[in-house]
Design a protein around this ligand. Structure first.
Ligand SMILES: Nc1nc2c(ncn2[C@@H]2O[C@H](COP(=O)(O)OP(=O)(O)OP(=O)(O)O)[C@@H](O)[C@H]2O)c(=O)[nH]1
Ligand SMILES: [Mg+2]
Length: 170
């Protein structure tokens, strides 16, 4: 699994997304989870302006923006500050005031090539992020949670990334 760090302003939905991805069962086993399986790093909203510093903590950066935002705080091409892959994550797509396409455009302007459309409330897009992180055959406790999301009708969450590790396609 690739470790992902969530960056976004306060109220973007980072903590809720983290919890949705882990599932209640994993939150319950938090100590063990942190010691052995921590592949999601939740950050405070204040980290949003420090992409260069904190992205080194992880393999991938998830830049979050809520679909309800009236504007974007991300400067154009801000992803260039990071030496990690930076993917965009639009949150709260379920919200009555959501404008997911506008939010996705702002993330593209920020430099994100890959965008996930998500809702931590309905489960939309959650399985896709988990699949995106999965680059080996390590089975994580929340694979079970992912299986539940797979049944929600948003697709199987198949990653479109085919990584070739030591000659083995995963
Ligand atoms: N409708 C809707 N609301 C959401 C969703 N995700 C989060 N929220 C709400 O948005 C608010 C902020 O969510 P948090 O997860 O605490 O946001 P955060 O990015 O962790 O905020 P900070 O910790 O302050 O940086 C809460 O009231 C959540 O219930 C979602 O998918 N849909
Ligand atoms: Mg939080």
């Amino acid at each position: 699994m690739r470790k992902i760090i969530f960056i976004g302003r306060s109220e973007a939905g980072k903590t809720t997304l983290t919890q949705a991805m882990k599932g209640k069962k994993i939150v319950y086993h938090k100590t063990q989870y942190i010691n052995h399986y921590d592949v999601i790093i939740d950050t405070p909203g204040e980290y949003a302006g420090s992409l260069a510093v904190y992205s080194a903590e992880a393999d991938v950066v998830g830049l979050l923006i809520s679909a309800t935002e009236p504007f974007s705080l991300y400067p154009p091409n801000v992803t260039a500050q990071s030496n990690r892959e930076v993917v965009g994550i639009v949150t709260k797509c379920d919200h009555w005031a959501a404008n997911p396409e506008q939010a996705a455009d702002w993330l593209r302007l920020a430099g994100c090539k890959k965008i996930f459309m998500t809702s931590s409330f309905t489960g939309e897009g959650i399985a896709d992020i988990i699949s995106f992180q999965t680059v080996d055959n390590v089975k994580l406790p929340w694979e079970e949670v992912k299986a539940q999301y797979d049944h929600l009708g948003y697709g199987k969450g198949e990653s479109d990334q085919q990584l070739n590790l030591n000659g083995v396609i995963v």
